[in-house]
Design a protein around this ligand. Structure first.
Ligand code: HEC
Ligand code: HEC
Length: 294
């Protein structure tokens, strides 16, 4: 009896070991963009993932790790194969470097903190994560999107106030950003801007100052931020804001503005958004709220 027990224990141990082994990668994979990643790298990535990422992103990458409940912004479900903050027009596959940037800086205002990983570790863990969505990432036939290059800021520091002024017009009249985000000008100011730019009167309805939560491909509503109140996740500098506006946010209604509005207009609105972000936690925001009555 005692021996049988011993044999059984050994057997189940052996079984457990083989099932573990089965889950290890024996072969490398060719990832989107034609990059070959070895089995050793993927196994290393799995180890890093299990140690640092799994608690939030889940054993099988579905975003439902033990810690996910109650988070305002849920961890990404990697099985969907959608990245929000890439360096390509939203909807296309981003280049690895944009993910490494996210890992290095984290996503402000969310549970996704900055990670102090070495370049080889980042490469391993991110390529392992791709294997959660093989239909999106694995295979010679998969292509990466065209990388968006950050052009030269036509305004710079010298013409910062001109940029902000133009950006305010672009935001409210040309691009109508407040159709999802919120407006930051009074009804009289909006009317003046609208008449000056389009020749037509501009009216402010009750939705103008409200944030409009948006349907998304991420299994939950996404909230277009109020730039004077929320933290901006992927961008702090004007250059980073330019990239985010040009690229958009993958799987959400935040469009890629490149090609929709002029390059100079993207720069202007990036300066304007930065100026709104500067009001966060300052008396300037209280003044604005008072002025708008909202
Ligand atoms: C404490 C919870 C938590 C841990 C631990 C965590 N993440 Fe995240 N992660 C998040 C959240 C929340 C988001 C979603 C943020 C958003 O939607 O803006 C996210 C998003 C991401 C994204 C998607 C970025 C994009 O642009 O769509 C990647 C990639 C990512 N995490 C990688 C990792 C890696 C790699 C690790 C481990 C080294 C890790 N995360 C650990 C919470 C976590
Ligand atoms: C059709 C709706 C829609 C329009 C129009 C829109 N946005 Fe967004 N925007 C969103 C949503 C939704 C998010 C939040 C995505 C997320 O993080 O989940 C967002 C996020 C952002 C972010 C934050 C990115 C980050 O890193 O956190 C910035 C900046 C931004 N929008 C600027 C703008 C500007 C400027 C305009 C006008 C030129 C604009 N948006 C127009 C829906 C919209």
């Amino acid at each position: 009896m005692k021996n049988l027990f011993k044999v059984m224990t050994l057997l189940s141990l052996a079984l457990a070991l083989t099932s573990c082994e089965e889950k290890a990668f024996r072969e490398g994979r060719v990832m989107a963009g034609g990059k070959y990643v070895s089995a050793a790298t993927l196994n290393k990535g799995k180890q890093i993932y299990t140690e640092y990422c799994m608690a939030c992103h889940g054993v099988d990458g579905d975003g439902k790790g033990v810690a996910w409940k109650g988070m305002d912004v849920p961890p990404r479900n990697f099985k969907l194969g959608i990245i929000k903050f890439g360096d390509v027009a939203s909807g296309e596959l981003p280049h690895d470097e944009s993910i490494y940037k996210t890992l290095e800086h984290g996503l402000n205002g969310t549970a996704m903190l900055p990670w102090d990983l070495k370049p080889g570790q980042m490469e391993a863990v991110w390529n392992y994560i791709k294997t959660f969505a093989p239909d999106t990432w694995v295979g010679k036939d998969k292509e990466l999107g065209e990388k968006i290059t950050v052009s030269k800021d036509p305004f710079g520091l010298a013409r910062k106030s001109a940029a902000i002024k133009m950006g305010r017009d672009v935001y409210h009249v040309v691009a109508n950003c407040q159709s999802c985000h919120r407006g930051y000008v009074t009804p009289a100011e909006f009317n003046e801007m609208s008449k000056r730019l389009t020749g037509e009167a501009g009216e402010v309805d009750e939705e103008f100052y409200k944030i409009k939560p948006q349907e998304s491909d991420h299994e939950y509503l996404t909230i277009p931020p109020d730039f004077t109140w929320h933290e901006i996740r992927s961008a702090q500098t004007v250059e980073e804001l330019y990239l985010r506006l040009a690229a958009g946010v993958g799987g959400t209604s935040m469009p890629s503005w490149k090609g929709t509005i002029e390059d100079e207009e993207i720069w202007a609105v990036a300066h304007y958004v930065r100026s709104l972000m500067d009001m966060r936690n300052t008396p300037k925001r209280d003044e604005l709220v008072k002025k708008l009555g909202q």
